[in-house]
Design a protein around this ligand. Sequence first.
Ligand code: HXC
Length: 255
Amino acid sequence: MENQVIIVTGGSSGMGLYMAKRFLEEGASVAITGRNKERLQQAKEQIAQGKEDKLLLIEMDVRKVEDADRMVAETVETFGRIDHLVNNAAGNFISPAEKLSPNGWNSVINIVLNGTFYCSQAVGKYWIEQGIKGSILNMVATYAWNAGAGVIHSASAKAGVLAMTRTLAVEWGSQYGIRANAIAPGPIERTGGADKLFESEKAAKRTLQSVPLGRLGTPEEIAGLARFMLSEEASYMNGEVVTLDGGQWLNQFPF
Ligand code: HXC
């Protein structure tokens, strides 16, 4: 990943942080975005390891179009170009569908669906202008095509992001050589998703039982897959979603 420039939204914690760490280790220059300045700074202390000049912190909210434009401008100003965008920023909480307030619905839709589009469009416009064959990697979930009981906002948004991935893979792939792919992670340890969705011991046990491999995934495993999907080795992969969930979503009749 030498000489590659990668933006990771929501890169100050969870999977975003581990992907940024791996990309830095592989020689890339990385811009991580987040809403909280202190958390961005903490992330830098955790992962820079002498590569401070290759790590840019961008304080922003993916829900704001003007922030997405600034994200592109700051990254290009600092590193000279952008090669990849990882739309990792997400928001989620458990709520029965009938109790979810309009504001709660909008909050998750705005972060996950609209935020992914704003960032993709801002970076895509830059690539099209510059003639760069960049690639986009979106983080979805298996409930993008399956059911997400208790997280109707997130499931609806992730389904939209999956449609966006496939649409851009065709629309921008055919005209500009820009690739768009997605990862659908299952339950992954040390992430905001795991913290939120598996709060109680009972829920954690139920989750472990639902995974054929009997364990949570690790953010390092997600980072390894992301590295491959952005690399030259995956240059013919376009419009694909790769599931990394230990077989969880297939486990309809546990054995
Ligand atoms: C019910 C809730 C709620 C909850 C928030 N709301 N949390 N309703 N139960 N637990 C409602 C609020 O009451 C409010 O509606 C509306 O949502 C907006 O709340 P805010 O706190 O003002 O929103 P905001 O500050 O914008 O924060 C967004 C957020 C928050 C999504 C609510 O949790 C967040 O920033 N999360 C980012 C990190 C995160 O969630 N990571 C996990 C991603 S995991 P009212 O009507 O009261 O005004 C993931 C996939 C997991 O995406 C897959 C696992 C397999």
